[in-house]
Design a protein around this ligand. Structure first.
Ligand code: ADP
Length: 630
């Protein structure tokens, strides 16, 4: 309904208004149609022909082509149909006729020419220019990665743009001498194709400036095998400058960068080049053409042309070497110092050291180790101090035991005097008898001899008493030795028999059948036994008991040697049992209360134990346990 109203209104207003309305509609439709065409145009793929010079895998051009293709596909607002063709003729010294290849391309593109032709490298540029009229007369062309000396300026049309590069070999040689100032020879590796021969002359021209400063070796006429042979044993201070190797002096064509890899594998000299396509892992570096920069410029130009810009209007200055870049690994290999690099150089492929990767972890570990070391040395110092304290305490113990022995000796004085009196008395009687006999007319010499033997025996007995007394009273430091406990106990008992006799006490000793090997100080241990037996004698003396007996036994008990000292005294009061080993605990009016305290300290210093209990049959029982020697 609403759609009819304007027409009726137009009729009412008359023809001029209707005509205006119709014109508007036609215009709207025309624009809509144009829009559709644009949209269709937008979806239509742009056809780009990429023309290679040597082959798809021939560096450095293969790298240029690869970068250009990838960047184009990424940046193009239109769908692209990129078709690649390779001009192999440039790789032969005697290339055959080009016509069949030209015919082939014409058959492909005659009816439907591409939207853009991009040639990569000088041979492809030359070919495209030469056959442009036959093949793509109206197609815009971008001639890229072509050295400016090889551009045929006269053959350029309005429909062409050139992105040229400029090889400045003087800069290359300058930078080599900068990083390796001792260089004496630069060996230039170059093939023998017509293109390579052209470059040989160009490089020689640039090399002239270095005459007198460095010698140049030209490997251009050699077979590649000969080049490898030479390169494997170069004199020191020689470097290789890698130009190109498409056809060698023997006429052999070389594929891709295989030749450079082979050279790198055998040579004993660093390799430099002016193309960054050879940089990664093969050459040292320096100022080089940047594949990425060339690709950027080419893709930018190609998109402008595909977008409708006139190629002849796009003027681009020749691309020179990018800022120098160096391979850190090669620098290490050839001893190139970082301070020798030209200003503005970038160092790549730097291998981070373990320290750089794990710095924090290593610092942490070092701190932990330091702390541990500090702790260990602190503990060691503590241990050393404890040792010193232990030695000192043993020394004190020995001194205390010595004092204690004097106290015990006091109790023994009477019996010692009694023991000495006996032999001394006999000696006196025997001497008097012998004197009387000698006064006679015919003294019985045999009898006198017997008397003298008796005197000698009594003297020895007296000496033995004194020896034992001295041994028990001598002041010695704590000295550990391997001892048989049976012997040590037996000797102490022998010393006490006179005392027990005087007190009318029976002292019974029952040693273990086999020897009891322990490590200990015999004087100290005898001191303990002496103290315990004297205590037992004291206890029995307090009572009127009929049985007056001290029993001493030694025995094996597992990995311990055991000494048991029992008596027939009144035993220890139940309340005192836990106190008797404390210093100064005594129940005796004249007692010091140190005997058992010292005994326990001595036994514990021997890693043993001492315990007291009351026997069921009456009397006290003291038990000492000492570890057996292994
Ligand atoms: P002291 O003999 O000078 O008193 P000790 O340390 O040798 O010092 O003995 C401490 C106490 O242990 C003694 O006073 C005594 O009461 C008790 N004692 C030790 N041995 C015996 C024992 N065989 N029988 C009864 N009591 C004992």
């Amino acid at each position: 309904m609403g759609g009819h109203i304007p027409i009726i209104a137009a009729v009412r207003r008359g023809w001029p208004a209707v005509t205006a309305r119709l014109c508007l509609c036609v215009l709207v439709l025309a624009f809509a149609g144009l829009g559709l065409v644009r949209a269709a145009d937008q979806n239509e793929p742009k056809r780009v022909l990429l023309l290679h010079s040597f082959g798809r895998e021939f560096r450095p051009w293969s790298e240029f082509a690869r970068a250009i293709k990838t960047d184009l596909e990424q940046q193009s607002p239109w769908p692209l149909d990129i078709q690649e063709h390779t001009l192999l003729t440039a790789r032969f010294n005697n290339p055959g006729p080009e016509e069949p290849f030209v015919d082939y391309l014409r058959s492909l593109y005659e009816s439907c020419p591409p939207d853009l032709v991009v040639s990569v490298g000088a041979p492809a540029a030359r070919f495209a220019q030469k056959y442009r009229k036959q093949l793509f007369p109206a197609t815009p062309m971008v001639l890229t990665a072509v050295e400016q000396r090889l551009v045929d300026r006269t053959g350029l049309t309005d429909n062409d743009t050139v992105i040229s590069i400029y090889n400045d070999f003087q800069i290359s040689f300058d930078s080599i001498l900068h990083v390796l100032p001792d260089t004496q020879t630069i060996a230039v590796v170059l093939g023998a194709s017509s293109l390579e021969k052209f470059w040989l002359e160009e490089i020689k021209r640039d090399a002239k400036r270095f005459e007198g400063r460095v010698t140049f070796d030209w490997y251009s006429g050699l077979s590649f095998q000969d080049i490898l042979k030479r390169a494997s044993s170069l004199p020191s201070h020689t470097v290789l400058f890698w130009g190109l190797m498409s056809v060698d002096g023997a006429g052999v064509a070389h594929e891709g960068d295989v030749a450079l890899r082979q050279l790198r594998a055998v040579t004993n000299a660093p390799i430099f080049s002016y193309q960054d396509a050879f940089f990664e892992g093969q050459t040292v570096g320096g100022p080089m053409h940047s594949t990425a920069a060339s690709s950027r410029k080419t893709v930018d130009t190609a998109l402008r042309i595909l977008g409708g810009e006139k190629p002849g209007n796009i003027k681009i200055e020749p691309l020179t070497f990018a800022s120098p870049r160096y391979d850190w690994r090669e620098m290490q290999r050839w001893g190139i110092r970082e301070e020798n690099l030209p200003p503005g150089s970038e160092v790549l492929f730097r291998q981070t050291s373990v320290w750089e990767i794990y710095r924090w972890q290593m610092v942490l570990i070092a701190v932990v180790i330091l702390m541990q070391a500090g702790l260990i040395s602190g503990l060691l110092h503590e241990r050393w101090r404890r040792r010193v304290a232990e030695v000192e305490s043993r020394q004190r113990l020995a001194e205390l035991a010595h004092v204690n022995r004097y106290a015990a000796a006091g109790e023994l004085t009477t019996s010692i005097a009694h023991e000495l009196n006996q032999p001394l008395g006999s000696i006196l009687t025997n001497t008097e008898t012998a004197e009387l006999m000698l006064k006679g007319v015919s003294p019985n010499l045999d009898e006198i001899r017997e008397i003298l033997a008796d005197i000698r025996r009594d003297d020895q007995r007296a000496s033995e008493v004194i020896r034992r007394l001295r041994s028990v009273l001598k002041k010695t430091p704590f000295e550990i030795a391997d001892i048989d406990l049976n012997e040590t106990v037996g000797e102490a008992i022998g010393f006490l028999t006179a005392v027990t006799d005087r007190h009318k006490i029976v002292l019974k000793f029952t040693p273990a059948v086999s020897a009891l090997r322990v490590r200990g100080d015999p004087v100290q241990l005898q001191q303990v036994i002496l103290n315990l037996i004297i205590n037992a004698i004291d206890a029995i003396s307090e009572t009127e008991a009929k049985v007056r007996e001290v029993t001493v036994t030694t025995a094996l008990s597992g990995s311990f040697a055991e000494i048991r000292i029992g008596d027939s005294g009144p035993g220890i009061a139940a309340g005192d049992l836990k106190n008797i080993f404390n210093p100064f605990f005594t129940t005796k009016p004249q007692g010091m209360g140190m005997g058992l305290a010292i005994a326990r300290t001595i036994i514990e210093a021997h890693r043993g134990q001492i315990a007291a209990e009351n026997r069921l049959s009456g009397g006290a029982l003291l038990t000492i346990r000492l570890p057996l020697t292994r």
